[in-house]
Design a protein. Structure first.
Length: 231
């Protein structure tokens, strides 16, 4: 996650992807402010851990996968604090597709675009994706990713995204920043574009899924159970 300063104050260090881009500051006061921001972010890590653990419980309860099943994680990894490691350990076979070589544990890493995945149709029992679809581009690109997830899943899928209407932007912790135009957000969080989604928009992307808003209303989840597995 990046510091919250205008683009003209910073320069970018070479690094792939918005989540791994480095930032270097010209002035000492900005370095101090950046340190404060990073401390605040670290303070939120326990909250993120709890929220992600709740998502994982919902995944197990709704889809009830078997150890012998295969899992495709789209755009993910083990998480900031290894919170998704139990998910990877559970499945017999795990593949992670990402543009960035994040920590993937035992998963087989595939470099690829979530909107055009190099997999055969119906090639993974379950497809999982946490907080990725808002980063792939505009609604047309998001629809491409959604269609790809539904194409490759055999038994079901579980796709989460931050709630557009939650009052605090999860990328900056600035209230309502996610509702600002992209050019405004780029000045505050350089090199990390995102297009957040509402419940209605997720319903349009995943019309055959159950759309769930988490109790704290921070996330929206599309839970798909393919027709071949319904009783």
């Amino acid at each position: 996650m990046h510091a919250i300063f205008p683009l003209r104050w910073i320069r970018r260090a070479p690094a792939p992807g918005c989540l791994t881009a480095g930032l270097s500051f010209h002035y000492a006061p900005l370095k101090k402010m950046n340190a404060v921001f990073r401390l605040a972010r670290r303070a939120f890590i326990p909250v993120h851990r709890i929220l992600r653990q709740r998502k994982m419980r919902l995944f197990w309860e709704t889809l009830r996968p078997q150890h012998s099943d295969s899992l495709l994680d789209v755009g993910g990894g083990l998480g900031e604090d290894g919170e998704f490691a139990p998910l990877y350990e559970f499945f017999h076979s795990v593949t992670a597709i990402n543009l960035n070589p994040a920590s993937h544990g035992k998963a087989t890493f595939v470099h690829g675009d979530a909107c055009s995945m190099p997999f055969e149709s119906k090639s993974y029992d379950y497809v999982f994706s946490n907080a990725v679809i808002e980063h792939v581009g505009d609604f047309q690109r998001q629809r491409m990713m959604a269609d790809e997830i539904r194409r490759v899943a055999i038994k079901g899928y579980f796709v989460t995204t931050p709630n557009l209407w939650f009052p605090v932007d999860p990328h900056s912790y600035i209230p309502f920043l996610q509702l600002m135009p992209l050019k405004v957000r780029r000045r505050i969080i350089p090199f990390c574009d995102y297009w957040m989604l509402s419940r209605h928009m997720m319903t349009c992307l995943f019309p055959d899924a159950q759309i769930v808003t988490t109790p704290e209303r921070t996330s929206i989840i599309a839970i798909g159970v393919m027709s071949t597995t319904r009783k």
